[in-house]
Design a binder for this molecule. Structure first.
Ligand SMILES: *Cc1c(COP(=O)(O)O)cnc(C)c1O
Length: 409
């Protein structure tokens, strides 16, 4: 496959990116998923659908999100100039609204009544509940009981937005159990519900359609950086959980072979099993949630328990397109640990007045390392996938002292 054909011709008709992706699900569910694929492919050709989505991007989300030249950060570390694509400024505070609106419009078009999904920290749940409220769909969000207790502001947001938050009460009562519960509920009535997947993961067509909805980030950023600097960036950097914000920004640059692409995974608190979620760095091909990808897995192929300080990044699998881009060498995958991410959380707050999401802090931390090795003429474009309000309490409670922030005093 030539890079020139990318990404329009990916995945193939069965949803494969090379050997990754596809659809490994029960036969009776496959029938329904095939209907979603057919509806999406038809909708993709329909100009009025894109007009409607772009109207919402502009007037509801606040797109285009700006690109900001982080001069203070760039001059502090020397080397390359760092620019941030400001997805943190979107309505609901992150990039997820881009694909949630697309999924809601698709559900509507297909005559579905309800959107369902799982959520970990609640970010995907809030974005989806928002899209459901706007489009007049019902919304059920499955969430581990432990996470419900931890993430009270997001739980309240979802409820205020009119969604039902349904606790997953088995096992460890966190994200994996929430996926199980949502999946179980979906299989019971796949005709009236659409399972709105939260990243470029899951069975075909979700890795493709979530990427397509997120590609607006890359198209805007490419034009903006050309206008601001008169040239393409030397590098583009994004954090990778499932990989949707990264695919969104990378997709516009994949054919520009002089532009280096960096995906940043969470190295957590170490390299031992269970201490990180650096899937591409340490995983092996396997199957999770109906698709094939790099996977952090037990000897028997079961997904491993994984960890990152950034709850949006702690997934044992990764998008099939990233798995493919790893093998063909187009994207360079690196990792950043908890400590480095927290340091950048405070650094970006204090040097630029931007409080980043812990997920995005991973990308920014790697960008600074990279900038130090580059020249002043080089431009590094970083996807600032979300804002850090959601992380404030946790960061201050656990790291405040170290950085001179006292919650009480
Ligand atoms: C959910 C989330 C991520 C991780 O998801 P991807 O699909 O890898 O983009 C990254 N940043 C923020 C702010 C998030 O909310």
């Amino acid at each position: 496959m030539a890079i020139a054909d990318y990404p329009e011709n990916m995945p193939d008709q069965k949803g494969f990116f090379g050997e990754y992706g596809g659809s490994f699900i029960p036969e009776q569910l496959q029938v329904i998923i095939d209907e979603i694929t057919a509806a999406y492919i038809e909708m993709k050709q329909d100009e009025s659908f894109w007009n409607e989505l772009h109207y919402l991007y502009k007037h509801y989300v606040g797109r285009p999100s700006p690109v900001f030249h982080a001069k203070n950060l760039s001059s502090k570390y020397g080397g390359a100039q760092i620019y941030f694509k400001r997805e943190d400024l979107n309505h609901t505070g992150a990039h997820k609204i881009n694909h949630c609106l697309g999924e809601a419009l698709l559900a509507k078009k297909m005559g579905k009544k309800k959107l369902i999904a799982e959520t970990g920290a609640g970010q995907h749940g809030v974005a989806l509940a928002t899209a459901a409220a706007l489009t007049g769909l019902e919304c059920d969000i499955y969430m581990g009981e432990v996470d419900i207790k931890k993430e009270s502001p997001n739980v309240l947001r979802m409820k205020v937005l009119g969604a039902r938050v349904i606790p997953a009460t088995h096992g460890r009562k966190t994200l994996k159990e929430a996926v199980d519960a949502a999946f179980e509920a979906y299989v019971k009535d796949p005709v009236n519900q659409l399972y709105a997947i939260g990243s470029v993961v899951g069975p075909h067509p979700f890795p493709m359609l979530v990427r397509d909805f997120q590609s607006v980030v890359g198209r805007e950023a490419r034009a903006q950086i050309l206008e601001m600097t008169g040239k393409l960036p030397s590098s583009v950097v994004a954090c990778v959980g499932g990989g949707s914000n990264a695919m969104g920004i990378f997709s516009a640059f994949i054919k520009d072979k002089d532009v280096e692409l960096y995906g940043v995974e969470p190295a957590g608190r170490g390299t031992a099993d269970g201490d990180h979620a650096a899937t591409i760095t340490y995983g092996k091909p396997g199957i999770i949630h109906g698709f094939k990808c790099y996977l952090l897995q037990e000897a028997n192929g079961d997904p491993m328990e994984v960890y990152s300080i950034a709850s949006g990044l702690d997934y044992p699998g990764v998008g099939p397109e990233h798995s493919f881009l790893k093998d063909n060498g187009r994207v360079n995958y690196q990792s950043i640990n908890d400590k480095e991410a927290v340091k950048m959380f405070f650094e970006l707050s204090r040097v630029e007045g931007l409080i980043p999401a812990l997920e995005s802090s991973h990308a920014a931390a790697y960008a600074v390392k990279l900038a130090e090795k580059k020249s002043k003429d080089d431009v590094i474009l970083v996807n600032l996938s979300g804002r850090g309000d959601k992380d404030l309490d946790f960061v201050v409670e656990n790291y405040g002292k170290e950085y001179g922030v006292d919650k009480l005093g």
